[in-house]
Design a protein around this ligand. Sequence first.
Ligand code: AHR
Length: 496
Amino acid sequence: DAPQVQLLIEADKPGVVINKNIYGQFAEHLGTGIYEGLWVGPKSKTPNTRGWRNDVVGALKKLQVPLVRWPGGCFADEYHWRDGIGPRAKRPVKVNTNWGGVEESNAVGTHEFFDLIDLLGAEAYVNGNLGSGSVQEMSEWLEYMSSDSKSTLANLRRQNGREQPFKVPYFAVGNEAWGCGGNMTPEHYADLYKNAVSFLKTPEKSKPKFIASGGNDHDTKWTDVLSKSITWNIDAISFHYYTIPTGKWEGKGAATGFGEQEWISTLANTLKLDQMIANNKAVLDRNDPKKKIGFYVDEWGTWYDVEPGSNPGFLFQQNTLRDAVVAALNFNIFHAHADRVQMTNIAQMVNVLQAMILTDGDKMLLTPTYHAYEMYVPFQGATQLPLSIGNNPAYTLGATSVPGLSASAARAKDGKVYLSLVNSNPNQALELNLVVNGDSFSAANGRVLTAATMDARNSFNSPEAIKPQQFKAKAVDGKLTLRVPAKAVVVLALER
Ligand code: AHR
């Protein structure tokens, strides 16, 4: 009874490399995303390494997090780096005006952030303050972090415990300049960007990739204006898109307890990112045909109504099988656009929006989104393989329709061909008949993430209610057939 779908992988026609940074993370000073979720301080009873939670860091390491964007988001345009260096007891306490009006102790500052980066084995993506800071302040931060000279600022870094320069491979000039970052026009921002990067000087060997703050949602104007008018010191343009079940900021929809209508509208809304990226790429291909400018989706993910009873400024939400399906659909989109999309950062790593991990005191749980990231690890740095789907059945409910199957294939660094499959339909399994040009396979081994209900989730009482299970298939008479259950994410390695 399951629809028969044809899947063709062209293993003999490799495409571009899927940059590992597509699997990047984002950690903002927001709610319990950093304080509590990651940082408990060195004196805490919760086991920690120099203040960073051992349980959370240990779990994140399994995701092979390639990079972390910090300190915001909107917070970045009100962050003054000098508040976060030197003895912690003496740091000024500020008000986090963007997120709940709570006190910001500045206990996590530059040195603590780079310690986290080292613990994770990741790279740093630092977001500078263009909105409320000066160009001088931004350029001095870069000097403080990256100078190997004996300048007063570099020596101040040494005095604060760090002899060698920190590595800053990615640096953004402001965030959401169209909104919380200053409510600017793209023309005005482009001028401010050019002014700022003229003074962001580092030794050539430690020059970061500079990222301009771009547009969001259906907008392509920011990409157009920035890529036309900034011709120097621009390595990427950032872009933000959030998936909201109802598509409305007022009444976004709940993270759990939703019906099938909100399941399909969430998937349909997330799939819109494919066309948004394509539209922005078309603009870039016109203005930057040599493809020097990357397109970084440095904020994306689901955004629901906050959990009842939680601080509305903390953006704390539950995470279910639906979020894992959303994540996997986005990964497949990013793989397909890997020529321009060289970085993405899901919002956000812990306890905020579509998180990998939720914490409660010293307990933690891994979300279905975490499992999707972990299953997709082989795609980091893999090489795209063209894939086409024949007879892809539409999954339709009322006036909304999405393709039943989303798939992506790549040859990973271990030499194996990996295949990811997402069945969006919560009611019907799919049967896939696999043909691979240029290679032949007799089996597929991997894992599947699914559950009995659309909003299956892990809880602190039942932290393993949903987790990946083994998936195996063997060729019969030379034919490899894969049965993908309803509402499922599958990642497989093909075996000869
Ligand atoms: O991720 C939460 C917020 O969403 C970020 O701070 C901001 O950039 C965006 O509007």
